[in-house]
Design a protein. Structure first.
Ligand code: NAP
Length: 159
């Protein structure tokens, strides 16, 4: 079985999104996401995927939806989590869970590693990252950074 990674960014109050979008613009975190997932397979929920609406070059995208009619160019569609994980295993690349809330909740117990950018602010939002610290008890690495608006830390956690 390929290693299963979760990658996410959340505020101190665990917000990950607001009205279908990210509530912040942090270029360094976006570039980190692209760099880490390059060459891998990213599994997104349909709503998270529709925020940008196209697959990233350099990685394979699987979108989870229960709508059997849903299609998007260069995207693999999966109608169950098991289907998505099977397709990802077949591709043989590193596997990344890219959100949103529902997909993070469904995968947090089975993931091996968590790449979490914590934004050191209380942010208003309507979707949340699950409580993770009872599952991911080991800190593998941490790197602090900031932009004009936020301080944030890139954490890697393991179980
Ligand atoms: N900060 C971050 O790191 C980050 C990362 C990603 C997303 N986000 C934010 O998260 C928000 C979107 O998250 P969300 O929780 O609303 O939605 P989501 O998890 O992205 O998507 C939910 C949808 O995915 C499909 N789905 C989920 N589990 C499935 C399963 N087991 N089998 C089949 N289909 C399944 C369903 O699609 P259908 O309704 O089509 O059936 C479901 O409605 C946005 O605000 C986005 O900006 C933040």
């Amino acid at each position: 079985m390929k290693q299963l990674n979760i990658i996410a960014a959340c505020s101190e109050n665990r917000v990950i999104g607001r009205a279908g979008r990210l509530p912040w613009k942090i270029n360094e975190d976006w570039n980190y996401f692209i760099r880490k997932t390059k060459g891998g397979t990213i599994i997104f929920g349909r709503k998270a995927f529709e925020e940008f609406g196209y697959p990233f070059s350099g990685s394979q995208t699987i979108v989870l939806t229960r709508n059997h009619e849903w299609r998007c160019k260069d995207v693999i569609v999966a109608t169950s989590l098991q289907d998505a994980l099977n397709r990802a295993q077949e591709l043989g690349n590193e596997i990344w869970i890219g959100g949103g809330q529902h997909v993070y909740e469904e995968t947090i117990t089975m993931a091996d590693t968590l790449y979490l950018t914590v934004i050191h602010a209380e942010v208003e939002g309507d979707v949340y990252f699950p409580v993770w610290d009872s599952f991911f008890t080991k800190t593998i690495s941490r790197h602090e950074s900031r932009n004009d608006d936020f301080r944030y830390t890139f954490f890697v956690f393991a179980k």
